[in-house]
Design a protein around this ligand. Structure first.
Ligand SMILES: [Zn+2]
Length: 109
C-alpha cells in the first residue's frame, strides 16, 4: 500500500470527481484508478514521496543554486556555508536577495 502525499491526493481527487461526474461515466474513473494503481507499483517509493531530489547545482545565469526541474533559486551563500537551501526573492531581472542571510545575489556572468 502506497501512502505518499501525491497518491493520497490523487485518490481524493478521484473521489471528488465521482460526486460531480454522472453515473454513466464512472467507468472512466474506475479505469483511471486502475491505471494509477499499476503506475504506483512500478514507481519507486522515493520518487512518489518526493524524497528524490536532485543535487543543487550553481546556475551561472542567476548566481543561485538550482535543483532538478524546480523553478526555485536558492541562496549560494547559505548553501555553501551551511548546506541550507533558502529560496531567494527576486528583486529585478539581475538581482535577488536571500531572506536568511540578506545577501544580494547577482548573475555570475
Ligand atoms: Zn542566504
Amino acid at each position: 500500500m502506497n501512502t505518499s502525499p501525491s497518491y493520497t491526493k490523487i485518490r481524493q481527487l478521484i473521489k471528488q470527481l465521482e460526486n460531480i461526474i454522472s453515473e454513466e461515466h464512472h467507468y472512466l474513473l474506475s479505469e483511471l484508478n486502475t491505471e494509477i494503481e499499476q503506475l504506483v507499483t512500478v514507481l519507486p517509493d522515493t520518487l512518489l514521496s518526493g524524497e528524490y531530489l536532485a543535487k543543487p547545482e550553481l546556475d551561472g545565469s542567476s548566481g543561485c543554486y538550482r535543483r532538478g526541474q524546480e523553478s526555485v533559486f536558492y541562496c549560494p551563500r547559505c548553501y555553501e556555508t551551511q548546506q541550507d537551501l533558502i529560496a531567494t526573492q527576486r528583486i529585478n531581472s539581475r538581482l535577488r536577495v536571500c531572506p536568511q542571510c540578506i545577501a544580494s545575489i547577482k548573475p555570475a556572468k
